[in-house]
Design a protein around this ligand. Sequence first.
Ligand SMILES: NC(=O)c1ccc[n+]([C@@H]2O[C@H](COP(=O)([O-])OP(=O)(O)OC[C@H]3O[C@@H](n4cnc5c(N)ncnc54)[C@H](O)[C@@H]3O)[C@@H](O)[C@H]2O)c1
Length: 354
Amino acid sequence: MVANKKLDIVITGGAGFIGSHLCDRLVQKGHRIVCIDNLDTGRIDNVRPLANHRNFTFVEGDVREPLSIDGPVDRIYNLACPASPPHYQRDPIGTIRTCVLGAQHVLELARATGARVLQASTSEVYGDPEMHPQAESYRGAVNPIGPRACYDEGKRCAEAMFFDYHRVHGVAIKVARIFNTYGPRMLENDGRVISNFVVQALRDQPITLYGDGTQTRSFCYVADLLDGLELLMESDPAVTGPVNLGNPREISVKEIAAMVVAQTRSRSTLAFAPLPQDDPRRRRPDVATAARLLGWQPRITLEDGLRPTIDYFALAVARSSHGTPRVDDSAPQRHETSAPRARRAPLTVVRGSA
Ligand SMILES: NC(=O)c1ccc[n+]([C@@H]2O[C@H](COP(=O)([O-])OP(=O)(O)OC[C@H]3O[C@@H](n4cnc5c(N)ncnc54)[C@H](O)[C@@H]3O)[C@@H](O)[C@H]2O)c1
């Protein structure tokens, strides 16, 4: 049961794809939100409609620095981290630091304020799984030294730290293992299956399939995921997770391409490219834990979720072809260097000051 009480909530990564939808939803429910984001892969446009709302504060800040908030904090959703391979591999050391230091800083904030803290973990903790579908008890098959390790191992380390803060300091934690999620506000250039296919189809360009296209994925619409995140956050304190959140319908990437071509009425053909290193062959969540503990299951079919997603990208593609900035071009390009940086002062948030 999701609480009716008005809460003070911090959302890191709140200007990103999932985070901005979460900000919208929680502001609409009357909660007070502080959104912290360094605008690496997030866009200020995603939260612009909330900018003047009295219950919404945006702070440009980095979770790799210690965080402090003036006043109460009841809940922290830790979503800050680039999520798609091209983005998290662009600055791998920056990514692993975001995963690990970010986790520590939100946990310290939770410890200082008594807040509950939810970690947006990932199905990538299962690596290229030998067990199918993946249940939470499966420990994964991750390559610890490959190009995806900055993210996969970073997220695994973050989970470990969450459970250590829970055991050592009694911090109230929730760990969600999120499987592929899609919807409006994904970036055009993020290299993820749905956004790639939809943008290529809308431009009538060849649709790139890696390998032979028989590898499977399962896709959860963002509104379903938000239901799961909120239910997990508000679940009994004894429920720590990890809890898988995703859509168990498994579909080959070739079938998805066909579905996208049909829905966009595109003239695109298929183009085949080599499979990237460590690309998982199969991915499907076992969501029995979420059903049992949270009464959650995804409701929105891929066919239904694709419609608003295609509408969103159609606008973005039309804008870009008319010379106005593309959706992804408006993202400030921050290239965090991996070189050690001078330590900055901790980020102190004063509500209403940003
Ligand atoms: N979308 C998915 O399919 C998926 C699947 C599994 C897990 N997740 C997790 O969910 C979270 C949100 O994913 P998303 O798809 O919305 O990605 P996203 O890239 O759209 O959002 C991530 C946000 O975090 C911000 N950010 C990155 N590094 C930061 C830092 N050091 N300090 C502050 N802000 C920072 C980015 O600017 C962006 O706004 C991520 O933690 C991701 O790992 C997403």
